[in-house]
Design a protein around this ligand. Structure first.
Ligand code: FES
Length: 332
């Protein structure tokens, strides 16, 4: 990563626009007396939005507004790559993540495209001044590698073709949709769920009746595995949160997941908005399946802990919140 320092050529002065000056005052007022320095990043960001990059006079102005030593603001501005310390392309400044996961997944090809289309050298604008690029360290989207950041947005799961398409769009003055560029949602496996696959949401979709995904750390999925229903995981998490919320309202002690709603599954289903034709929530239906006679004792997902050697009678004699721990003591 390049050493970050202020540009050699700087403007003479900087002042926030009247609108941004008022905005800055509101930001500073949000922090307690003596803690105004907490507004340093928002103010630097606003200065960058106004000027296109963070100039030395802007850093001095921010230090003045916040009553901070200049060196403290310089430290912040030169540490974070989100702050551009020299002029960048008018239409897009492409920050290419070059850390290991992205590099292993093709960041080198993205850099080659930037060298060809924008400028051979990072931190230099294209001939028309519209684009610039640089290589930065991990931007926290490794699971969607390779990726770039342009302005506030990240563009992920890139290929050479999608990078070219992105640059074309910015060149036309468009603002392409951010996020994965290969069609997947966030960081979900593109070919369907590879975890929590034991949870069933419909009687005709029980784990025993569908092929299991055979994923490894790469997220590859067995071609025969059908995609999980799009909202399945969200619904499961929503139901868990709902139970925790109700437990908190009742003052219950925290418990392991999998407890039934005391008002019955139909009420729970109505609240989370998923009811099957029998009146059960999808999750309640899954629980009923898990609790069916002949099913092994274990967690609500129907998976017994391999070290759990207790009998059904042992487990029934324990308080509910202790049952899911194979050692008989409370978890977490
Ligand atoms: S390695 Fe590229 S986002 Fe983390």
């Amino acid at each position: 990563m390049a050493v970050r320092h202020l540009a050699e050529t700087q403007p003479d002065r900087f002042s926030f626009s009247p609108e941004n000056e008022a905005w800055a005052e509101r930001q500073v007022a949000r922090f307690p007396e003596g803690r105004q320095a907490s507004a340093v990043i928002p103010l630097l960001w606003r200065a960058q939005e106004q000027e296109g990059w963070v100039t030395k006079p802007a850093i001095e102005r921010v230090a003045e507004v916040l009553g901070m030593p200049l060196i403290r603001v310089l430290e912040v501005a030169t540490f974070y790559t989100m702050f551009h310390l020299e002029p960048v392309g008018r239409k897009a400044h492409v920050q290419v993540c070059g850390t290991t996961p992205c590099m292993l997944r093709g960041a080198g090809e993205i850099i080659d495209i930037c060298r060809t289309r924008i400028n051979e050298h990072p931190h230099h604008c294209s001939a028309d001044g519209d684009f610039s690029w640089e290589e930065v360290e991990c931007l926290g989207a490794c699971v969607n590698a390779p990726m770039v950041q342009i302005g506030k947005d990240t563009y992920e799961d890139l290929t050479p073709e999608s990078v070219e398409a992105l640059l074309d769009a910015f060149e036309r003055g468009e603002r392409p949709a951010s996020g994965p560029q290969n069609g997947r949602q966030h960081s979900m496996p593109i070919a369907g769920a590879t975890t929590l696959t034991e949870i069933s949401y419909a009687d005709d979709d029980r784990p025993s009746q569908r092929p299991r995904a055979t994923s490894g750390s790469t997220g590859a999925v067995h071609p025969a595995a059908p995609p999980a229903s799009p909202g399945a995981v969200e619904d499961y998490v929503a139901a868990a949160h709902l139970r925790e919320k109700r437990a908190g309202q009742r003052g219950d002690a925290p418990r392991a997941t999998g407890g039934a709603d005391p008002r019955g599954p139909a009420t729970e289903a109505q609240e989370i908005g998923r009811v099957d034709p029998t009146g059960r929530s999808d999750e309640a239906a899954a629980r009923a399946t898990d609790d069916a006679p002949g099913k092994p004792e274990g967690h609500s997902a129907g998976v017994a802990h391999p070290e759990d050697t207790r009998t059904d009678a042992d487990r029934a004699a324990q308080p509910r919140s202790d049952r899911d721990s194979p050692r008989g003591d409370k978890e977490g």
